[in-house]
Design a protein around this ligand. Structure first.
Ligand SMILES: [Cu+2]
Length: 148
């Protein structure tokens, strides 16, 4: 199976949905290429302590552009799980970067989002940190970011 990072976005007509799945190390990936003009996004899932944390992010992000990032937390019964605090920790595993940990807004049941940018190109890791019942649950998502 090809890496989702090597998939070329396809625009056929005005609305084109492309979905595939990959199961490896508890990860299921869905790619959705939405209506014309919208930034194609990718949703990746991680299972942590019986909870599923998914992150929707730009499919092929470019540095220094503003994007929406949305985390969704569900339990084993697929019900939304509320967190008292959710933040997104943006790091680069291969280098020391300034701390960038925007606190997410609650968008709905079990749904938390931020708008922010990647400060440079390269290999990034977004760690979603959710405080649930007094403990921190973490899920991380690695992906490359292209130069502006
Ligand atoms: Cu860097």
């Amino acid at each position: 199976m090809k890496s989702p990072h090597h998939i070329t976005p396809v625009h056929a007509g005005c609305v084109f949905w492309f979905a595939f799945w990959r199961a490896s190390a508890c990860a299921i990936i869905f790619v959705a290429l939405a209506a014309c003009g919208a930034t194609p996004t990718i949703v990746e899932q991680r299972v942590v302590d019986g909870l599923t944390i998914s992150l929707e992010r730009p499919a092929q992000p470019i540095a220094l552009r503003d994007y929406a990032f949305v985390a969704t937390i569900t339990d084993a019964g697929d019900q939304p799980v509320e967190a008292t605090l959710v933040y997104f920790d943006f790091t680069m595993p291969q280098m020391e970067m300034g701390v960038h940990q925007p606190i997410a807004d609650r968008l709905g049941p079990g749904k938390y989002g931020v708008r922010t940018l990647y400060s440079m190109e390269g290999d990034w890791r977004i760690t979603v940190v959710a405080t649930i019942d007094g403990r921190d649950v973490r899920a991380w998502f690695d992906h490359p970011v292209l130069p502006p």
